[in-house]
Design a protein around this ligand. Structure first.
Ligand SMILES: Cc1cc2nc3c(=O)[nH]c(=O)nc-3n(C[C@H](O)[C@H](O)[C@H](O)COP(=O)(O)OP(=O)(O)OC[C@H]3O[C@@H](n4cnc5c(N)ncnc54)[C@H](O)[C@@H]3O)c2cc1C
Length: 164
């Protein structure tokens, strides 16, 4: 299960202008440079839009470099939220493809892996039981999945211990 290609960008604004337009700030699409966008408009600090470039878009944007990425991200936000999206106060991004130890943020199964090997994902090997987010039945790839899988593996071991 290799890591997927993802770049995360954060764009800050003076106000959460998208709310005034009746938008939640959320985008999910596969036909744009930005695949996922969500707002982070906490009580303190500047309101921001968290933006993710994924898959082939991330590969293209990794090769293009930060200056081009910034331009493309703002263009996309204008496409979805209108001209106010161009009025940013700060931009930053992290190209996870260049991170040598993580290389992304979610492991994924290429075609055929789940159907051929999925049955072995949570199968204990003798006394060894498997946790990790990749083995989660919900929220695989995320912290929620990591915790759920830890609880599941612990329960497996307790059950085994109790039944001898
Ligand atoms: C850049 C990035 C951003 C992310 N953002 C989010 C987010 O916003 N929200 C979210 O929910 N999730 C996010 N995730 C995913 C989340 O971090 C992971 O799903 C979660 O940490 C996985 O937990 P885990 O316990 O399965 O594995 P890990 O946290 O990877 O733990 C595995 C542990 O095993 C240790 N280990 C490995 N090999 C050995 C060995 N041979 N012997 C002993 N120890 C070993 C490792 O050092 C590590 O401590 C992100 C991940 C990355 C990389």
């Amino acid at each position: 299960m290799p890591m997927g290609a993802v770049i995360k960008a954060i764009v800050a604004y003076k106000t959460p202008f998208w709310r005034a337009l009746g938008f939640s700030g959320q985008i999910a699409t596969d036909d744009d440079t930005l695949g996922i966008v969500m707002e982070d408009a906490a009580e303190t600090g500047a309101p921001t839009l968290l933006c993710f470039m994924e898959g082939k878009h991330a590969l293209e944007m990794s090769a293009a470099g930060k200056e081009v990425r910034q331009k493309k991200v703002i263009e996309s936000l204008v496409r979805f939220f209108g001209p106010d999206a161009a009025d940013t106060i700060a931009y930053d991004d992290n190209d996870w493809l260049l991170e040598p130890f993580t290389h992304g943020y979610v492991g994924h199964m290429p075609p055929g892996v789940m159907t051929r090997f999925g049955h072995a994902l949570r199968e204990p090997c003798g006394r060894i039981h498997w946790a990790s987010t990749e083995t989660a039945t919900e929220w695989a790839g995320y912290l929620e999945g990591a915790m759920r899988s830890g609880i599941r593996a612990a329960k497996e071991v307790i059950r085994l211990h109790n039944t001898g």
